[in-house]
Design a protein around this ligand. Structure first.
Ligand SMILES: NC(=O)c1ccc[n+]([C@@H]2O[C@H](COP(=O)([O-])OP(=O)(O)OC[C@H]3O[C@@H](n4cnc5c(N)ncnc54)[C@H](OP(=O)(O)O)[C@@H]3O)[C@@H](O)[C@H]2O)c1
Length: 164
């Protein structure tokens, strides 16, 4: 079965962004992101693509946008709808959905893996991860890191698989 993984970091009040940026800098979370997604294709919305902290795959990126004239960098291709994006990615054994809020909302049902960093803080934001129906997901791994001089907040790297 194709592995379709959502990957996100959210605070305890489900915030994932503010002013089209991440509300935190957590180097160990980024290291984990790079390790988990290395060499795989990414799917993301236009706002996540244009943000200053955009994460771009060196292999392949599908950018969702209604703008037909959006100028894209190397290894990036445009999808004008979710259906088109899924079609473009149908031969990938595995790919990652990077958000943002609107894309997570539309793809929660499609994803069968969830890499979710829980940032142990309540922060201000304007972009949120969708409500999760926890009955559908099984936690298979959870590693907690405490706050330190490089990390303002403690956080947990959680991995879930969608139940059959
Ligand atoms: N913490 C995290 O893990 C994480 C991860 C990613 C992003 N974020 C944050 O999330 C926020 C951005 O989220 P967002 O919801 O505002 O933006 P987004 O989901 O990144 O992008 C939204 C845009 O994607 C396009 N789009 C979405 N669905 C589409 C569809 N079905 N068909 C065609 N185009 C579609 C549209 O572009 P057009 O307007 O061009 O049509 C839409 O305006 C930022 O704050 C960012 O930092 C956080």
């Amino acid at each position: 079965m194709q592995k379709i993984a959502l990957i996100a970091a959210m605070s305890e009040n489900r915030v994932i962004g503010i002013n089209n940026r991440l509300p935190w800098t957590l180097p160990k979370d980024w290291e984990n992101f790079r390790r988990v997604t290395k060499g795989k294709a990414y799917l993301m919305g236009r706002m996540s693509y244009i943000t200053e902290d955009a994460l771009i795959s060196s292999y392949r990126n599908v950018i969702l946008t209604s703008k037909e004239d959006l100028v894209l960098s190397d290894q990036c291709e445009r999808a004008g709808s979710l259906e088109e994006a899924f079609q473009l990615l149908e031969n990938e054994k595995e790919y990652f959905i990077l958000g943002g809020a609107s894309v997570y909302e539309q793809t929660m049902d499609k994803g069968n893996y969830l890499y979710l960093t829980i940032v142990h803080a309540t922060v201000e934001g304007d972009a949120y991860f969708p409500e999760i129906n926890w009955e559908k997901w099984e936690l298979v791994e959870s590693v907690r890191y405490e706050a330190d001089e490089r990390h303002a907040y403690a956080f947990s790297l959680n991995e879930y698989i969608k139940k059959a």
